[in-house]
Design a protein around this ligand. Structure first.
Ligand code: CP
Length: 355
């Protein structure tokens, strides 16, 4: 028997949801994907903090419609035919890069992948000059990952095309935050008052920063948990139990996972970013795992319906137990699958939108 293509397995894993906040989804019959979107006003996606609650829900409901496209026998639509998208990745990626590439191709766009190595960056070409070159060869949109926080903002000022931030330094990862919100909405219908715990290397995590913003904008109560050296200074100062010092509503900071996880609706573990720690801040991985690893015993203290999330890539056995990562409560594979529909929605709205 012929092996099932990997893409089909992924696509089936993210069937469209009937959650209330996702049901605004414009079904393809009602809003054909080959017509312009006249009511979308964002030209770029740099971070979720520039999106209103309605705009976040619009992306996620469009992702739900895209999930319907992915269920078709031939998962293709010509919505972005004639569009050229460059995936410009200066940092390693598996999930984000592959799903953006597939998303563009399913929507009918021409997608060109570029990384720092093998491009003229190796000969000393600057980011601005690289972007000008991509613009000159006809890029309509650039999806970029860069180790420098803020690089996508520079890009948005440099070229006329659409810029989509696929992760910049320690700063922001908006499509990861959107797909995480999509998974939570599919699970719970709405996020009002839902308790979400984010535990791990908050200091270096662009996922944490963007997810805190999107989840609280959708009504969730977020508790970030980390040892003080792995909290940003602004949060570490308030690590006892007071509200986030930057005055983000509905965000609490704790260094006690065993206390914070009690009754949680969802727990998201973050990777220890060894490449950014460079041996500092975390003297003992074993001690970290003892106090902060998502173990089955700790997850048992969350709500009975609680789900477990991780943006990946995982250090199994460090921030998350192997059994927990692959348990029935885990939505980690579903997160990866949802990334395709969410990134299709982002490309479609930005490129076919009015801005
Ligand atoms: N979550 C995430 O950004 O994964 P990749 O680095 O594999 O893209």
């Amino acid at each position: 028997m012929a092996a099932e293509p990997l893409g089909t397995q992924s696509i089936q894993a993210v069937a469209p949801a009937s959650a209330p906040d996702l049901e605004r989804a414009a079904a393809p019959e009602r809003a054909p994907f080959d017509e312009p979107v006249t009511d979308w006003r964002q030209r770029h996606l740099l971070d979720v903090d520039s999106l209103t609650r309605d705009e976040i829900l619009r992306i996620l409901s469009t992702a739900n419609a895209m999930a319907e496209v992915l269920e078709r026998p031939v998962a293709r639509t010509p919505a972005l035919r004639g569009v050229t998208i460059f995936n410009l990745f200066y940092e390693a990626s598996t999930r984000t890069r592959s799903s953006f590439e597939l998303a563009g191709k399913i929507l009918g766009a021409d997608v060109i992948n570029m990384s720092g190595s093998g491009s003229s960056v190796e000969k000393g070409e600057s980011l601005v000059e690289t972007l000008n070159t991509l613009s000159a060869v006809g890029a309509n949109a650039v999806v970029m990952r860069h180790p420098a926080s803020g690089a996508p903002w520079l890009a948005a000022r440099t070229i006329d095309g659409h810029i989509i931030n696929a992760g910049d330094g320690q700063h922001a990862h908006p499509t990861q935050a959107l797909l995480d919100a999509y998974i939570l909405l599919r699970e719970f219908g709405d996020l009002d008052g839902r308790k979400v715990v984010i535990v791990g290397d908050i200091l270096h995590s662009r996922v944490a920063r963007s997810s805190i913003w999107s989840l609280t904008t959708l009504g969730a109560e977020v508790t970030v948990v980390a040892p003080r050296p792995l909290l940003p200074a602004s949060m570490a100062a308030g690590a006892a139990e007071r509200e986030h010092p930057l005055a983000l509503p509905h965000v609490r900071v704790s260094s006690d996972l065993d206390e914070a996880i009690v009754g949680a609706d969802a727990v998201m573990a973050l990777r220890i970013q060894n490449e950014r720690l460079r041996g500092k801040l975390l003297p003992s991985t074993a001690e970290y795992a003892r106090r902060y690893q998502l173990t089955a015993e700790r997850v048992a203290e969350a709500a009975p319906h609680a789900i477990v999330m991780h943006p990946g890539p995982m250090n199994e056995g460090v921030e998350i137990g192997v059994d927990v990562a692959h348990s029935p409560q885990s939505r980690i594979e579903a997160q990866v699958s949802a990334g395709l529909a969410v990134r299709m929605a982002v490309l479609f709205l930005l490129i076919r939108g009015g801005a």
